[in-house]
Design a binder for this molecule. Structure first.
Ligand code: IMP
Ligand code: MG
Length: 368
């Protein structure tokens, strides 16, 4: 997450993906425009980076010029395109290619197209790196675009928020709300289930237990549940893609949620990456990994005690218990490291009364 002026932004499109889109676009531009000596017109300020990347990849004769227009203040369009500055080049009888960083409502491109056409160009093409197709209200055909994006405010790769962010080499989107998304961990017997229940009430969060989600989907024979079961029946691991699709469906069921508690997921770095992607697509992110910490000996005693009444066979045998605890630490170590690198790991002392532990967890959550 980054902050520009008063707003927070979360990573949205990686530099690699932008480069791939530009490469693909360049192949088409080279094909369509070779031998036409096109005049590329970059729209300042936003399109300076995109213009440079396109020019570097164009292999035939071409020229470049810049114009400047403005229609935005802050994160809102003013619907009024201000005066065009520049266009000091002769465009009559030329193939002109406008290079835009982003096309949103289309106000800017409409005005710009009109001005250029009035000057008598032979052919006018429009190329934009980012295209908010859902926000676009105009008739003018957008000949080329790099990446179609939803109607969200973005910064980076030339685009700014009140002057800042143009130098970022990847694209960030405005953090849509202040969701609290927790990844909850705790060794067997640490009281994770109890605390998840309390936190869910206290912070009005949705508790997504991966185990429950699996059981629900399989029991109700949803498409994903049936798919998951086909792997389980063969004794294979359910692919991450299937699990993340199920979680995505759960998240989508709660579009107005204040946040989620993820329980039992992620278990690997790849899964943590997928979860990050899922939340980014909702304009959010993982706020914290919170892990209850309880000494092994205390856990063993607690579980043996529980085993006397619960009847769970895995609670009765000390060897089995110790192994479950070991498996937990083996798995958790990777994720602890993953979230620590992002300053998102919080270990919380899990020994004490239920309320006392909730209080400790709250101290972490309230600061997020
Ligand atoms: P339009 O006139 O609504 O199509 O908007 C075009 C101009 O608005 C772009 O050239 C940008 O300067 C600006 N703009 C639109 N969307 C964004 C955004 O998400 N981030 C930053 N600038 C934007
Ligand atoms: Mg612009």
């Amino acid at each position: 997450m980054i902050r520009l002026h008063d707003l927070q932004f979360v990573p949205f499109i990686a530099e690699d993906s932008i480069t791939v889109a530009i490469e693909e676009l360049s192949v088409v531009l080279n094909q369509d425009l070779k031998n036409k000596n096109p005049l590329f017109i970059g729209v300042l300020n936003g399109a300076f980076m995109f213009t440079s990347e396109i020019l570097k990849r164009f292999k035939y004769d071409c020229e470049v010029s810049f114009v400047k227009l403005s229609s935005y203040q802050g994160t809102q369009t003013t619907h009024q395109v201000r005066e065009l500055i520049g266009l000091d080049v002769e465009v009559s009888d030329r193939t002109v290619v406008v290079l835009e960083d982003i096309i949103d409502t289309g106000n800017t491109i409409e005005v710009l197209s009109r001005i250029i056409k009035e000057k008598g160009c032979k052919e006018l093409k429009i190329a934009t790196l980012f295209f908010k197709s859902a926000a676009y209200t105009k008739q003018i055909n957008i000949d080329y675009f790099g990446i179609e994006i939803p109607d969200r405010f973005i910064v980076g790769y030339g685009l700014d928020y009140d002057g800042l962010g143009r130098n970022l080499t990847e694209v960030y989107q405005l953090k849509s709300n202040s969701m609290t998304n927790l990844v909850l961990f705790g060794p067997p017997g640490a009281g994770k289930g109890t605390q998840a229940e309390v936190l869910k009430q206290k912070y009005d969060l949705i508790h997504i237990s991966t185990g429950d989600v699996f059981r629900y989907n399989i029991k109700n024979a949803t498409a994903l549940g049936t798919l998951a079961k086909s792997y389980i029946d063969k004794g294979q691991l359910v692919p991450d893609k299937v699990t993340i699709d199920m979680l995505n469906a759960e998240v989508d069921k709660n579009p107005d949620a204040k946040g989620f508690i993820f329980d039992g997921f992620p278990r690997t770095e790849a899964q943590a990456d997928s979860l990050a992607e899922l939340l980014v697509s909702k304009g959010s992110e993982v706020s914290a990994m919170v892990a209850l910490e309880v000494d092994d000996e205390v856990l063993v005693q607690r579980l043996l005690e529980r085993g006397k009444t619960s009847g769970r066979p895995d609670d009765a045998d000390e060897g089995v218990i110790r192994n479950r605890i070991k498996v937990y630490y083996d798995e958790t170590a990777i994720l602890k490291n993953y979230y620590q690198k992002q300053d998102k790991y919080f270990g919380v002392d899990g020994v004490g009364g239920i309320e006392e532990i909730t209080e400790r967890l709250s101290q972490v959550i309230d600061k997020l």
